[in-house]
Design a protein. Structure first.
Length: 209
């Protein structure tokens, strides 16, 4: 079995020591997978609360490349398999195009995948998002196809894992639903090779959900 420990749970900038402590904890608990969340630099402005500030950082903050390098350096010492968890809030349940522009959340997801590629990470976990607001399944499929198309076009060696949700009011709340979504994806994008042995998309089953 694979056991993972998360390196962060928010996009707020962290110190190198916190990442190092997390990696030491991973070793102490005999974990064999390190799950990380990427971070963004803080931005100036007036915010009503911490949640609004985090959302603004996620939407407009510059990637924290220093922290990316800290994770790369730190993991070289412990050698754990690393998986990216796409930042919470970047869901793929909205329209791919909004007012003639590509959905900023999809742009951010692709940017995070590019950062993960530079970190030699092979899989990225992502939540699909809620059904609330009459969200359409067709939008979910379009977003996944677009993301996989960018991965294919850039020849990145990374894939995405659709994670089950803790809420029944979300896409992918059950394993059968996740499988149905995966089976709806463009066949040419689902695999890295013509023999269809190397996948670009899979499922992450979180037992806490």
């Amino acid at each position: 079995p694979s056991f993972s420990i998360s390196c962060s749970t928010s996009p707020i900038k962290r110190t190198r020591s916190s990442a190092e402590r997390t990696m030491k904890t991973a070793l102490a608990t005999d974990s064999n997978i390190l799950q990380i969340f990427l971070t963004y630099q803080e931005i100036n402005g007036q915010f009503k609360n911490e949640q609004e500030k985090r959302y603004a950082m996620l939407q407009n903050g510059e990637p924290d490349m220093t922290e990316d390098n800290n994770i790369i350096t730190g993991n070289k010492a412990i050698g754990l398999k690393t998986v990216l968890h796409i930042t919470l809030g970047l869901y793929i349940n909205g329209p791919l195009w909004v007012s003639g522009q590509r959905n900023w959340k999809i742009i951010r997801i692709i940017e995070e995948l590019a950062r993960a590629q530079e970190m030699n990470i092979r899989w990225a976990v992502i939540h699909i998002g809620t059904l609330a607001g009459n969200k359409k399944r067709s939008d979910v499929i379009a977003n996944i196809n677009e993301t996989l198309h960018v991965i294919q076009k850039n020849q990145w060696n990374i894939g995405i894992l659709l994670e089950n949700s803790a809420s029944n009011n979300c896409f992918g709340a059950t394993i059968p639903d996740l499988i149905d979504i995966v089976n709806s994806i463009n066949q040419e994008l689902r695999f890295k090779d013509k023999a269809r042995l190397q996948k670009r998309i899979g499922i992450c089953f979180d037992t806490q959900h």
